[in-house]
Design a protein around this ligand. Structure first.
Ligand code: GRF
Length: 202
C-alpha cells in the first residue's frame, strides 16, 4: 500500500478525489501527510477534518520553486511520516534536485492539459485562447522540467463553442478526479514500467 504525501497550494479537490478513491476501495493507499506552501490553503483544512497530519511550510524567499530551507523542511516531514510516494495536487512550485533525488520516479503530478501542449500556468486558459477543440488532463512522473516528465495517463475533454475559462477548467477537473486516483492505483499495484519517455502499463 502506498504511503502517500500530498502537496498542494490550493483548494485540494484532487486530494479529495484521492481520499474518496481510498474510501471506496479504488485506491490502495494511505495519505500519511499533507503539506502546503500556502498557510490558509483549503487543502490543509480538508486534511485536518480527516485527522490527517497537515503542515504549512514557508518556502520563501523563493516564489516559484521548492528549494533551500523549505525543501529541507519538506524532506524532514516526509521522513517523519515515512512517505514513499508524493502526489503533487495543485502544488504551484517547481520541484528541485533535493526532493527529486530522494524520490526517484515516486513523485507524480496532475496537469490540466494534454501535455506536451500548454505546460505552465492556467493551461485551460491557454487551450481556450489557442483555439484547440480538445484538451484534457495529464498525470505524469515529475522530472526537473516544468510539466515534462513521462506520461502515465491522459483523459480528454471537448472545448465547447461558448466555453468560459471557468467552465472549461471545471470540465477538465472532473476528468482529473478520475485520472489521478487511477494512475496512483497503477503505481500502487506496481504496474508502471518506465522505458525512456514511455510509461508502459502492465
Ligand atoms: C488542477 O487543475 C491541477 O491540474 C493543477 O492545479 C489544479 C489543482 O486543483 N495542477 P485542486 O487544488 O486539486 O482542486
Amino acid at each position: 500500500m502506498l504511503r502517500l504525501a500530498v502537496l498542494g497550494s490550493g483548494k485540494g479537490s484532487n486530494f479529495q478525489a484521492i481520499l474518496d478513491a481510498i474510501d471506496s476501495g479504488r485506491l490502495t493507499a494511505q495519505v500519511v501527510c499533507v503539506i502546503s506552501d500556502v498557510a490558509d490553503a483549503f487543502i490543509l483544512e480538508r486534511a485536518r477534518r480527516r485527522g490527517i497530519p497537515a503542515h504549512f511550510v514557508d518556502c520563501s524567499p523563493f516564489k516559484t520553486k521548492l528549494d533551500g530551507e523549505g525543501e529541507r523542511k519538506v524532506l524532514s516531514i516526509l521522513d517523519d511520516y515515512g512517505a514513499d510516494t508524493i502526489a503533487l495536487a495543485g502544488f504551484m512550485r517547481i520541484i528541485k534536485a533535493g526532493l527529486l533525488n530522494r524520490y526517484p520516479m515516486r513523485i507524480l503530478n496532475i496537469h490540466p492539459s494534454l501535455l506536451p501542449a500548454f505546460p505552465g500556468l492556467q493551461a485551460w486558459k491557454q487551450a481556450l485562447e489557442y483555439g484547440v477543440k480538445i484538451t484534457g488532463c495529464t498525470v505524469h512522473f515529475v522530472d526537473s522540467g516544468m510539466d515534462t516528465g513521462p506520461i502515465i495517463l491522459q483523459r480528454s475533454v471537448p472545448v465547447l463553442e461558448n466555453d468560459t475559462p471557468e467552465a472549461l477548467h471545471a470540465r477538465i477537473q472532473r476528468e482529473e478526479h478520475i485520472a489521478y486516483p487511477e494512475a496512483l492505483q497503477l503505481l500502487s499495484q506496481n504496474r508502471l514500467r518506465i522505458e525512456g519517455r514511455r510509461v508502459r502499463i502492465l
